[in-house]
Design a protein around this ligand. Structure first.
Ligand SMILES: NC(=O)c1ccc[n+]([C@@H]2O[C@H](COP(=O)([O-])OP(=O)(O)OC[C@H]3O[C@@H](n4cnc5c(N)ncnc54)[C@H](OP(=O)(O)O)[C@@H]3O)[C@@H](O)[C@H]2O)c1
Length: 534
């Protein structure tokens, strides 16, 4: 399967000591080689909310190899025991699976804490000693994953430090990999610069850039939906599809992260990574296999076909907005400029709508509309494929629509909705005859709900991605050229926005709890289309 996967046809009990809860489920899954995960930033939010709970869930599912170990590296002084206790509480609070004492005891045995301050000179001695000790005691054989869960300003210096101290070389046969979190730069130039610096210490094949959307079950199901079914692919092109809408709507505001958001905004925070990744999967050609570089190659080809938006055209291809005070779920909420850490005259966008044209044979003339925003009426991520109308309606008369009775040629076109969150599933909308003597037509929905079709619980995105990294499977991670292509699209918009700033009043242009600025509706109406009501 991959260079580091172990085939597990042999029952677990034949391979591992009986009674080891970490090996309970190793029967048919993919099992990585023993390794150490070093988490830089082990005292941070991501470590406790996502990383360690995900690792524990993998352990509970029997997917971690025996000997798997975690080294938490952090600035504060604390003992391994204190770190273990903090992680135990984190798993109990944030974990998908309940904490079990016998499993926790085995899992936490492989946990160490060591002090590390990026700004101090003595640096990594303590870490290097811990790693050697774990290799000796737990058979991790030099296999190491470095998780950069630190602020982005530390990514390049940390990679440089690890490289300088010889911790990234794979000469002993063990693997050395690094995982970083977005943001991968803040525009095209800084993304290229970051990639260049990472590559001084790590080859591209050692770099795993996490976009947690790609770890979601429903996003992976998109690949199965498109390429595991024969009936949709023949329709998946400009001839049958009128346009595609991708929406990532949040009902929350900046939630105490005003300072961070002032530096990023909706385009950098959501469109550049999550939404463009979804667009690439919806739009790409069929890969020859879903493994290794083939999927990433196809995604990059699609992104390269995106028509460049000249900065002068940024305003005609996008709508930006910022939430004003309003009501969400019956509660009064403040405007963006009233949030902590936000400048009272901030022009930062919390809403973006944009149109993307793809210049290839499959999509020419079929635009993709992307939108994201904070403080919208509900949390929802979905991809809507809007098919073309029937060329001619043979029914005559009138048809029932939500807008009343309309002529039959206004029969609603078919719509396929792929819901990513919260209620993961797929809906196909089509026309049906209303029972009765006359030929009345109405649209109905055929629904597939992930949760009720499969009774097993989906793993968290981080579980899948951490396991894939251990296995050396990079399919669901963003490659250097993908990230740069996504920045190419977004940087031109940022440049255009910068040279044509909104006036102060023009920015706080939508009330919290509404679907964004009026201009977003007009933007679609200009093309004779409308946003889907979610
Ligand atoms: N949290 C999320 O859900 C999320 C989502 C997407 C991306 N990310 C990204 O993931 C990374 C971590 O996020 P987070 O939310 O965990 O941040 P956080 O809570 O602020 O934690 C940052 C961690 O980095 C450590 N650190 C900071 N400067 C350091 C230095 N000079 N030397 C050594 N350690 C240093 C901090 O140590 P101290 O405790 O000593 O300050 C802390 O452990 C960031 O790059 C963030 O952008 C996070």
């Amino acid at each position: 399967m991959t260079d580091t996967a172990v085939d597990t046809e042999v029952p677990a009990a034949d391979q591992h000591p009986v009674g080891n809860p970490l090996s309970d489920g190793l029967r048919h899954g993919r099992v990585p080689l023993p390794s150490v995960l070093v988490i830089f930033g082990a005292t941070g939010d991501l470590t406790k909310r996502k990383l360690v709970p995900a690792l524990y869930a993998l352990a509970a599912d029997g997917l971690l190899p025996p000997g798997f170990s975690i080294v938490g590296a952090g600035r504060s002084e604390q003992s391994t025991e204190t770190f273990r206790e903090a992680m135990r509480e984190a798993v109990a609070k944030y974990g998908r699976v309940p904490l079990r004492e016998d499993l926790w005891s085995v899992f936490s045995d492989g946990m160490r804490y060591c002090e590390f301050d990026l700004d101090a000179d003595d640096g990594l001695n303590d870490l290097a000693e811990n790693l050697e000790e774990l290799d000796r005691e737990r058979g991790t054989s030099g296999n190491r994953i470095f998780y950069f869960s630190i602020p982005p300003s530390g990514f390049a210096p940390l990679a440089e430090r690890l490289g300088r101290e010889g911790l990234t070389r794979e000469e002993d046969g063990g693997f050395r990999r690094m995982i970083i979190e977005k943001p991968f730069g803040r525009d095209l130039d800084s993304a290229r610069e970051l990639n260049g610096k990472l590559h001084l210490a790590f080859g591209e094949e050692q770099v795993y850039r996490i976009d947690h959307y790609l770890g979601k079950e429903t996003v992976q199901n998109l690949l199965v939906f498109r390429f595991g079914n024969g009936i949709f692919e023949p329709l998946w092109n400009r001839q049958y599809i009128d346009h595609v809408q991708i929406t990532v709507a949040e009902n929350i505001g900046v939630e105490g992260r005003g300072g961070y958001y002032e530096e990023s905004g909706a385009l950098r925070d959501i469109i550049q990574n999550h939404v463009i990744q979804l667009m690439a999967i919806v739009g790409m050609e069929a890969p020859s296999k879903v493994h290794g570089e083939t999927v990433r190659d196809e995604k990059v080809k699609l992104l390269r076909a995106v028509r460049p938006i000249h900065p002068d055209d940024a305003l005609s291809h996008t709508v930006r907005g910022q939430y004003a005070a309003g009501w969400i779920d019956g509660e009064r909420v403040p405007g963006y400029r009233e949030e902590t850490g936000v400048a009272e005259n901030s022009l930062r966008e919390t809403f973006v709508a944009m149109k993307v044209d793809i210049d290839n044979w499959r999509w020419a003339g079929t635009p993709f509309y992307l939108r994201t925003g904070k403080r919208l009426p509900k949390r929802a991520t979905e991809i809507a494929i809007q098919f073309r109308r029937v060329p001619h309606s043979p029914f005559g008369g009138r048809v029932e629509t939500p807008a009343g009775l309309l002529p039959k040629d206004s029969i609603d076109p078919n719509l396929l909705v792929l819901r990513i969150q919260p209620d993961e599933g797929i809906t196909l909308r089509f026309s049906a005859k209303v029972p009765g003597q006359s030929m009345r037509i109405r649209t109905v929905n055929m629904d597939f709900l992930y949760g009720s079709a499969f009774l097993t619980e989906s793993p968290e995105a981080y579980e899948r991605l951490l396991l894939d990294c251990m296995l050396g499977d990079r399919t669901l991670f963003a490659r250097e050229d993908e990230v740069e292509e996504a920045w190419r699209i977004c940087t031109a918009i940022l440049d255009g926005w910068r040279s044509q700033p909104p006036d102060r009043e023009g920015t706080a242009n939508y009330e919290s709890g509404t679907w964004g600025p009026e201009a977003a509706r007009d933007f679609m109406a200009r093309d004779g289309r409308q946003w889907r009501r979610l």
